[in-house]
Ligand binder design. Structure first.
Ligand SMILES: Nc1ncnc2c1ncn2[C@@H]1O[C@H](COP(=O)(O)OP(=O)(O)OP(=O)(O)O)[C@@H](O)[C@H]1O
Ligand SMILES: [Mg+2]
Length: 258
């Protein structure tokens, strides 16, 4: 992706620009999924779109170069990436966000934290970010890096709304070390949130993708259909006991209603 730490007039930020080797649709994925993560109540670094001008372009590794146009920038948040231990998770001030992050990754089909199929992709601990807090030794779980959501980093196309994608039953984002932290009450809360996702809400998020990133209108419609369809699908799955005991720890399935 060529993510680059840059100095702004206010702070440091992480810039993902056009010209990156994954293409502009990775930026659309980042922007849409980060917006959804924020809506879902996860902590995400403050982010914005930024117009990279021609005179500010710079070389990226392996012969690539940024191109002028809308870029995604997130504010530097002091902290560190997860090393994979349970101890680090016990020290979180927001441990229920472990459950929420796993539900979110499954909703948006994010294969770039813990992928469903380890034969095709390795877990990426560097996309689980532990931000420093005011309390020594305590950190806060943040959701970062959403360039590989919806269709595993492929270009966004009409195929996004294929039934196999909308009803993809794979579990994303469930690191084995997360399993003891999967919380029934939080699953229930996520189910309610997912049930409240309207097509209007999703369309409004998708409509903010800059035209320069060249997501064609049919792909944008399919993207919105996938996000909206999966919200209901995942809510139903939670109601049916997902993630099953075989996949997760010893929690009980969430029940809907009273
Ligand atoms: N807002 C932020 N605050 C602090 N650190 C960040 C922030 N954004 C990114 N980072 C750091 O930079 C690293 C790379 O960023 P990120 O994971 O978003 O992109 P990437 O891995 O280069 O992208 P891709 O997986 O699409 O190639 C992260 O693992 C993290 O260490
Ligand atoms: Mg990353």
């Amino acid at each position: 992706m060529g993510t680059t730490k840059v100095k702004t007039d206010a702070t440091f930020g992480y810039l993902k620009a056009m010209g990156n080797r994954q293409g502009p649709h990775a930026l659309a994925s980042e922007f849409v999924a980060s917006s959804l993560a924020k809506w879902f109540g996860l902590t995400v670094p403050e982010f914005a779109l930024f117009d990279l001008t021609a005179d500010a372009c710079f070389d990226l590794p392996r012969g690539a170069r940024t191109q002028p146009g809308p870029a995604f920038v997130s504010r530097h948040t002091p902290g560190r990436t997860w090393q994979g231990s349970a101890t680090e998770l016990r020290d979180l001030e927001n441990p229920t966000d472990i459950t929420r992050l796993m539900v979110f990754d499954t909703w948006v089909r994010n294969c770039d934290r813990h992928p469903p199929d380890l034969a095709t992709r390795k877990p990426n601990y560097a996309n689980v970010y532990l931000a420093d807090t005011d309390r020594p030794g305590r950190s806060r779980l943040l959701a970062i890096d959403h360039t590989h959501c919806f269709d595993a980093g492929r270009d966004l196309s009409e195929r996004l709304s294929d039934i196999a994608k909308v009803k993809d039953e794979a579990t994303y984002g469930l690191f084995p070390a997360f399993e003891p932290f999967i919380d029934t009450g939080e699953l229930h809360w996520c189910m309610s949130l997912l049930r409240s996702v309207t097509r209007e809400l999703v369309d409004a998020v998708v409509a903010r993708i800059p035209s320069r990133w060249e997501v064609d209108p049919r792909a944008a419609v399919a993207l919105a259909a996938q996000i909206h369809g999966r919200a209901a699908f995942i809510a139903d799955r939670i109601n049916s006991g997902w993630p099953a005991r075989t996949a997760a720890g010893s929690h009980e399935p969430a029940t809907e209603g009273g």
